[in-house]
Design a protein. Structure first.
Length: 140
């Protein structure tokens, strides 16, 4: 086991939503100071840290509606992953998300999201239940 994030698209997003998402992902990556290996295509986003700061590759694929996870082990690229997951909660109405991390542990990712997207994420938009911080909005 390890520090991981779990997520699922429940339907294939429209082209407009996907383009909004990939544009936001590009902004987050450009705003981040974390060295990354990344790929953004018409159907997939993928990224990982570099060298000793890499772990599992984080990816979201447009047509993949299965449950996925990424173990970041709290490495530097985790802040980019959490910022992108916050973005996904805003863009995709049926995006499920859970995490081994708490709202407090997502602070650096939230700050990156705010800097890149000019929005401050609300805890209630991402985290559904403050008494159980691991249960996130959208879980079905």
């Amino acid at each position: 086991m390890g520090y991981s994030h779990y997520f699922q698209l429940h339907s294939v997003p429209t082209q407009t939503r996907w383009q909004t998402f990939t544009s936001g992902v590009s902004s987050i990556i450009k705003t981040s100071d974390v060295p990354l290996e990344s790929e953004i295509t018409d159907n997939r986003i993928a990224l990982n840290g570099t060298g000793k700061d890499s772990h599992e590759t984080f990816y979201i694929q447009k047509g993949d509606i299965t449950w996925n996870f990424c173990k970041t082990a709290r490495k530097d690229y985790d802040e980019v992953v959490t910022a992108i997951l916050i973005l996904a909660r805003y863009v995709f109405p049926d995006f499920s998300l859970s995490s081994d991390g708490t709202w407090g542990e997502w602070r650096i990712g939230r700050e990156l999201f705010t800097k890149a997207m000019y929005l401050e994420p609300a805890e209630g938009t991402v985290f559904a239940n403050q008494d159980h911080e691991y249960e996130l909005l959208g879980a079905k």
